[in-house]
Design a protein around this ligand. Structure first.
Ligand SMILES: Cc1cc2nc3c(=O)[nH]c(=O)nc-3n(C[C@H](O)[C@H](O)[C@H](O)COP(=O)(O)OP(=O)(O)OC[C@H]3O[C@@H](n4cnc5c(N)ncnc54)[C@H](O)[C@@H]3O)c2cc1C
Length: 329
């Protein structure tokens, strides 16, 4: 598979990237290229211009005057996983970064690229020239090959680092139309064809993670059919913040990945944990609530029935593991 021809423009700052994107409205932004370039090889994207961020060095993590951990979206996933500061501040993120793809891809792929990747589908993410005469919804047509009676696109958002960051209450800074700062969960539209709430000239320039309270338990689980190189069957990121007694949950955040066009917070299940003394029985009840709240989109050969049972088991697993991680005072 060959890449289509394109012009490569190297930005020397995020601001220059924004101005190049405005100058060439059909340009694509590239960080590590591990999502964009395969898409181009499959002719899912054919930008005439690529605005590359590769020449920009990634800043090391730092603490802002407001007390947030600031991350550069250009950090590679390997750097995210190896950072002691991230491991201490946000171990969930460190673990999720390590679960993405293979070492080679993690050496190239960035945190920002991971958060801004496109929705995926087994039928869409492959070469089309010899297979499907009619384009599917995501390619501008009016058919879904995965769910033939479907009246819309059913592609799924599969980035591994998004659910942990959402459960950690992360915000993102976006430049391009002034500077705006939004909760990461609000970056995701839930629309398969335009999964990100960003205009074409906008660039993600910072990720901010609030400091964790002292009494926190957290866990991330990514379920895959095989252990190695694989996108998630689904993922669960659980964060439990506790009252001073160490037994009552003050705030719970539970985010599920790879079951929909956006990572999903399960708010009813979260409220079922809030104010309660934690126990394995409660975690089982909450896992049932999650399954009642979410209908996973079948994807990559996994049926809804399978994903539902997987969701129940992984939620319970993640909550038990988060519960075990709470430091007792
Ligand atoms: C074989 C293979 C396996 C993979 N397995 C996984 C996996 O298990 N889990 C997973 O989550 N991903 C997986 N990926 C997808 C991809 O490698 C990762 O998501 C990676 O983190 C993407 O980062 P990147 O810097 O290479 O993104 P790029 O390809 O450079 O960009 C991806 C998208 O994000 C946009 N973008 C990049 N940076 C910014 C920014 N700062 N602001 C705004 N938009 C931006 C780009 O325009 C592009 O649309 C896999 C990819 C391959 C090829």
């Amino acid at each position: 598979m060959h890449l289509p021809r394109f012009r490569h423009l190297s930005a020397t700052s995020f601001e220059e990237a924004v101005s190049l994107l405005n100058e060439y409205p059909d340009a694509a932004l590239m960080a590590g290229g591990t999502d964009l370039l395969p898409r181009m090889k499959y002719r899912l994207d054919s930008p005439e211009v690529i605005v590359s961020l590769k020449a920009l060095p990634a800043d090391s993590p730092s603490v802002t005057p407001e007390g947030n951990l600031a991350l550069d979206p250009l950090m590679t996933l390997t750097a995210v996983n190896r950072s002691d500061m991230i491991r201490e501040w946000a171990p969930l993120l460190s673990e999720a970064a390590q679960r993405v793809a293979t070492q080679e891809i993690r050496n190239m792929g960035t945190l920002g690229g991971n958060l801004c990747q496109q929705t995926r589908c087994l039928y869409y993410n492959q070469r089309h020239s010899f297979q499907f005469v009619e384009p599917c919804y995501k390619r501008g047509g009016e058919i879904c090959y995965f769910i033939p009676k479907g009246k819309k696109c059913w592609a799924v958002f599969m980035a591994d680092t998004a659910p942990p960051l959402i459960s950690l209450g992360a915000q993102v800074k976006i430049i391009g139309q002034g500077i705006r700062q939004i909760l990461l969960e609000d970056l995701y539209t839930g629309e398969t064809e335009k999964p990100l709430a960003m205009a074409s000239g906008e660039v993600l320039s910072q990720i901010l993670i609030p400091k964790a309270p002292g009494n926190r338990g957290a866990a991330f689980f990514k379920s895959t059919l095989r252990g190695g190189l694989e996108f998630a069957t689904l993922s669960v990121a659980a964060v439990l913040d506790m009252e001073d007694d160490g037994e009552t949950c003050s705030t719970a955040r539970l985010t599920i990945g790879a079951v929909s066009a956006a990572p999903l917070r399960v708010r009813k299940a979260e409220s079922a944990l809030t104010g309660k003394r934690l126990s394995k029985e409660l975690f089982s009840q909450v896992a049932d609530e999650v399954v009642a709240e979410i209908r996973p989109v079948p994807h990559h050969g996994h049926s809804r029935a399978y994903l539902t049972e997987c969701l129940r088991a992984e939620t319970r697993h993640a909550l038990c593991s988060a519960g075990e991680g709470i430091k007792k005072n």
